[in-house]
Design a protein around this ligand. Structure first.
Ligand code: GLN
Length: 239
């Protein structure tokens, strides 16, 4: 293994951290430590510099106001764009996902995003709220995905990204696809937190960060995540 200590950065907890999104940090740290990998978790507030040399960067969802402030500070800081260029692993949720794109809509106007993912987000006609399921990209091998979504934005993917999933129930980007990925960067509308509900996606991020194939990660006890998944899928099944 090429990494002795996995450095995981949870970005801007003061601005973007709805619906338990910080759970994504806890899940990654747990799944790494369960395999004997040391973890150094870091929380970086929006008034701090983002460390350049971390292995995984996580960013959560939020309301329009904090989302616009976060985009401005991330653009000023510049480290996240450099991390993406250097092939670091990044996962962003909802508002965080939208602001990784070229542009997004908030507070009644369009804002520039970081341009890390080739996508644009506009305002939808209604709010997408509720449980979400989808079929994860076969290329990623993450299986069926489950989450909770709450967003007004709708996202159009460009040619340089691929969808994270095809929508089963819910809306995601536009009712057809959900989320996006390119290189080692993933964006999703799934809260819940997403990695507690999707352990194969969590392991994919760990594998990317460690430069190994996900199949080489030792199996760990997934009794609780599997129970959670079964319960969430059953909640959407017809009576
Ligand atoms: N403000 C964005 C929207 O409504 C993101 C919401 C969120 O992160 N939950 O589309």
């Amino acid at each position: 293994m090429s990494i002795s200590t996995l450095r995981i950065v949870w970005l801007y907890p003061d601005l973007l951290s709805t619906y338990g999104d910080r759970g994504n940090l806890l899940v990654l740290a747990h799944r790494a430590r369960a395999r004997g990998i040391e973890v150094e978790p870091m929380q970086i507030r929006s008034d701090q510099h983002i460390p350049y040399g971390a292995d995984i960067y996580l960013i959560g969802g939020g309301e329009d106001g904090p989302q616009a402030v976060a985009a401005e500070r991330l653009l000023d800081d510049g480290a996240l764009g450099k991390a993406a260029e250097a092939g670091k692993t990044i996962m962003a949720v909802c508002a965080g996902y939208q602001l990784l794109g070229e542009s997004f809509y908030a507070n009644g106007r369009c804002y520039a995003g970081l341009g890390i993912l080739d996508l644009r987000s506009d305002r939808g006609e209604n709010r997408a709220v509720g449980e979400f399921t989808g079929e994860g990209s076969p290329v990623l091998g993450i299986g069926q995905i489950t989450g909770f979504e709450n967003h007004s934005g709708r996202t159009r993917l460009g040619e340089a990204v691929q969808p994270l999933a095809r929508v089963g129930a819910g809306v995601g980007n536009d009712g057809a696809t959900e989320g996006a990925w390119a290189g080692h960067v993933v964006g999703t509308y799934m809260h819940g937190p997403a990695l507690a509900r999707n352990p194969r996606l969590a392991d994919l991020l760990l594998a990317w960060a460690m430069g190994v194939s996900p199949d080489t990660l030792a199996p760990i006890d997934d009794t609780w995540p599997e129970r959670l998944r079964a319960e969430r899928f059953a909640a959407l099944a017809p009576e």
